[in-house]
Design a protein around this ligand. Structure first.
Ligand code: URA
Length: 240
């Protein structure tokens, strides 16, 4: 059982003070009854809490979409560098958050931050075949041979064999701009795959994970809570 104000704050409804004001103003109901006491205890598995008439997702874990900017690292803490967690606004912060899957310091785009280790494992494990899609800008034009090599499975310079992946050139007149879809997440994978083709990635952005796409309304560095439906979209169409 958890205090109503603490619970709502931890689920993104505002700071503890803001939530207490909301509760006192009559904006919150529990099991259909308006409540005005911030300290009442809630059972997240049984009680239905509504804020302004909208059901609040009380599930234990949180899932946050960030549009990662360049210049921050995908780690929980670092002595010298700013991390993606440092960018989160106060109402999103809580213990045990971590980035589910890393993006390089200079890579931008879709990053999921969560406190759900099982979910992260499910999303990241190559065996689960969740596709991650990247938009890359190369120093030179990609061609049909690159596409074929990606399809066969690129062999990295250290001999590591990558799973087959898809390379697309959406506009042949601008063949330096490509889309890459892969189900793995080896260290610097996209950059190393292109390096093995003699090409350099000059800009890299992740745009989707499964059927979850980067929200175009999020500026770089901004984050939003994801719903259960968003999370389900990651695994839709995925039979594994
Ligand atoms: N591949 C890379 O090379 N870098 C990333 O950040 C993600 C995928």
């Amino acid at each position: 059982m958890e205090r109503l104000d603490k619970l709502l704050s931890s689920r993104g409804a505002g700071s503890r003070k803001e939530v207490q004001a909301l509760i006192r103003s009559g904006a919150v109901s529990v099991n259909g009854e308006t409540v005005r006491k911030p300290e009442i205890k809630i059972d997240i598995f049984k009680d239905e809490v509504r804020l302004g008439g909208q059901a609040v997702d009380l599930s234990e874990h949180v899932y946050i979409m960030m549009n990662k900017p360049a210049g921050v690292i995908s780690a929980t803490e670092d002595r010298n560098e700013r991390t993606v967690l440092d960018l989160l606004p106060e109402n999103m912060r809580r213990p045990k958050l971590f980035p589910a899957g890393r993006l390089d310091k200079d890579t931008v785009g879709l990053l999921i931050i969560t406190d759900d280790g099982d979910f992260a494992h499910r999303m990241l494990s190559p065996g689960k075949h969740v596709e991650k899609q990247y938009r890359a800008t190369l120093d030179r034009e990609a061609d049909a041979e690159d596409i074929a090599a990606f399809e066969r499975g690129i062999i990295l310079s250290d001999g590591t064999k990558c799973l087959p992946s898809k390379l697309e050139i959406p506009d042949p007149s601008r063949a330096q701009n490509v889309l890459v879809r892969l189900c793995e997440g080896k260290y610097h994978q996209v950059k190393r795959m292109f390096a093995s083709r003699g090409k350099k990635v000059v800009q890299l952005e992740r745009i989707s994970i499964g059927n979850l796409y980067l929200d175009g309304n999020l500026n770089r560095g901004e984050a939003k809570f994801l719903t259960k439906l968003d999370i389900d979209a990651i695994f839709i169409g995925n039979m594994h």
